[in-house]
Design a protein around this ligand. Structure first.
Ligand SMILES: NC(=O)c1ccc[n+]([C@@H]2O[C@H](COP(=O)([O-])OP(=O)(O)OC[C@H]3O[C@@H](n4cnc5c(N)ncnc54)[C@H](O)[C@@H]3O)[C@@H](O)[C@H]2O)c1
Length: 276
């Protein structure tokens, strides 16, 4: 172990929204670092207020199998992070199956694009339910278990969208700003108990959020083909002139899980696309 960093071998991690995308990459990166990983997701591709397809149970089982293939224990739990009973059951299953809990990565999130003047209340509420209430419920359920182990880590997946509001994405941006603020409050509350709490702000990664929602929105705004709209956006927005990968985001999550004395902050992984 590097002095001054948390040893990850043998730690027990829980990752929400882990069936695909960034959550799957984070679960696998933690498994490669030696964590046993509880992976959780909705298990219901169709959701009211969500205009694109979410993950099914097969996706979640595939993540669990990939964690197992890393030689670590894996458990798949279907849970909707907006429901307190689901989240309590998810955390309870994790603790009883694995013997405790050291790391929570609250990654589940959804997006919708609409100008404020045309924003449906149900869509607004659903975004806040998943992106903000879900993060709160996961933390609340996990806190006693993290403290019981003498400390731990919470990584809340926010976004560059939480740093700067953007037209057409008000609900999503506001929800991610709330995650950043919530992270700061929670970090102060849990600091004395040895639990570090940080927000991770990914930039621009071609998961379903981009391919199904953001790229079509950009293409419509610019009147160009989807791929050209995305490439042009990346060229204009980032210093590095390229999109980020799920593995780069996962590496940052691992860093936050190891780090000592880093709490209440945000780590932005956006190739310079957001510098605050
Ligand atoms: N892709 C990007 O460029 C990007 C950038 C910044 C932040 N993020 C954030 O990263 C996180 C992961 O997103 P992604 O890009 O991998 O998208 P994704 O859609 O591929 O993954 C999100 C996962 O969350 C799950 N989910 C949705 N609602 C849920 C609920 N109520 N309960 C449990 N699980 C639920 C989905 O089923 C899906 O598996 C999100 O919080 C997102 O806001 C993504």
């Amino acid at each position: 172990m590097v002095r001054g960093s948390m040893e990850l071998v043998g730690k027990i991690a829980l990752v929400t929204g882990a069936a695909r995308g960034l959550g799957r990459a984070i679960a696998l990166a933690l498994a490669r670092e030696g964590c046993d990983v509880v992976v959780s997701d909705l298990g219901a591709p169709a959701q009211e207020g969500v205009a694109y397809t979410l993950s099914g149970t097969e996706d979640l089982e595939a993540t669990a199998a990939a964690v197992g293939a890393c030689g670590r224990r894996a458990l798949a739990v279907v849970a909707d992070v907006t429901k307190a009973a689901d989240v309590e059951r998810m955390v309870g299953s994790a603790v009883s199956a694995m013997g405790g809990l050291d790391i929570v990565v609250a990654n589940a999130g959804i997006i919708a694009a609409a100008p404020v003047a045309a924003m449906d209340e149900a869509v607004w509420d659903r975004i806040f339910a998943v992106n903000v209430r879900g993060v709160f419920l996961c933390a609340r359920a996990a806190i006693p278990h993290l403290i019981a182990r003498g400390g731990g880590r919470i990584v809340n997946v926010a976004s560059v969208a939480g740093k700067t509001g953007r037209a057409g994405l008000s609900a999503y941006c506001a929800s991610k700003a709330a995650v950043i603020s919530f992270t700061q409050s929670l970090a102060e509350e849990l600091g004395p108990a040895g639990v570090a709490v940080n927000a991770l702000c990914p930039g621009f990664i071609k998961t379903a959020m981009w391919t199904d929602v953001l790229t079509p929105m950009l293409a419509a705004m610019t009147g160009t083909a989807a791929e050209a709209a995305f490439d042009d956006f990346i060229a204009r927005t980032t210093f590095t002139k390229r999109e980020q990968t799920p593995e780069e985001i996962a590496a940052a999550a691992v860093f936050l899980c190891r780090a000592e004395s880093i709490t209440g902050t945000t780590l932005t992984v956006a190739g310079g696309g957001e510098v605050h």
